[in-house]
Design a protein around this ligand. Structure first.
Ligand SMILES: [Mg+2]
Length: 226
């Protein structure tokens, strides 16, 4: 699965470029017995996404995610529900701000080889600003990696898995064959399902092999695209 197989690559933001900030959630859940380390919280995000995908939860429903997340960091058994409630109250759009180092490096390198890129995110109107502040990317020239477009579902009024959200980005890649445009996400239902319905090539970022045997392409890290 390498970038030269594609004419362009589009990325989800949450779980692909940014994670819920482990420097916030680490101490939050350590109070309930959880492992506060960055490594434990990185892993917990993908455990949460696997649980959310397995339950086929809609974008706005995160209960399975929260339960799997707090279990993954090892909170006390008798505090699973409490810790999940605390996580749900604390994790909000603005805490999705921790840049994934491998992803930031991969984006820089993909730009260096001239690959056209864009971002499509189910977000709250904040994602372009957070991607810039967190040092990931911006539309056009600037201090970080340039991308052609950043689509925020709140801004365009359509969210994944509705395939229409991808059209807002595709107009920035005129002439490209959409079967040769990859979309990399971390949700089977939102990202793989939505990208497939739009005729794109779906890829799941699955760093912990939670989806062995899946009928779609998977990556351990965006650096595998290089
Ligand atoms: Mg995501």
């Amino acid at each position: 699965m390498i970038a030269r197989n594609f004419d362009a690559i589009l990325f989800d933001a949450g779980g692909i470029l940014l994670l819920p900030d482990p420097t916030v959630l680490g101490p939050l859940l350590a109070y309930h017995g959880g492992d506060g380390s960055e490594a434990a919280h990185r892993r917990a995000h993908y455990s949460g996404m696997a649980a959310k995908s397995a339950a086929q939860s809609v974008e706005s429903f995160w209960h399975e995610y929260d339960l799997a997340y707090v279990r993954s960091v090892g909170v006390f058994d008798h505090e699973i529900e409490l810790a999940a409630a605390v996580l749900e109250r604390t994790r909000n759009a603005y805490t999705w701000r921790w840049p994934i180092p491998e992803s930031v490096r991969a984006l820089q390198a993909l730009h260096a080889v001239g690959l056209p890129m864009g971002v499509i995110s189910n977000a709250s109107g904040q994602i372009a600003e957070v991607l810039q502040r967190s040092g990931v990317c911006q539309v056009g020239d600037g201090p970080h990696t340039p991308v052609r477009v950043i689509i925020d579902s709140h801004v365009v009024g359509v969210s994944k898995p509705d395939p229409r959200i991808f059209e807002f980005a595709l107009e920035h890649f005129p002439g490209a064959d959409r079967a040769r445009i990859a979309y990399v996400g971390d949700s089977v239902t939102m990202d793989v399902g939505g990208a497939r319905a739009a005729g794109l090539h779906p890829i799941l970022l699955d760093p912990y092999d939670d989806h062995v045997g899946a009928d779609f392409a998977r990556l351990c890290s965006l650096e595998e695209l290089l």
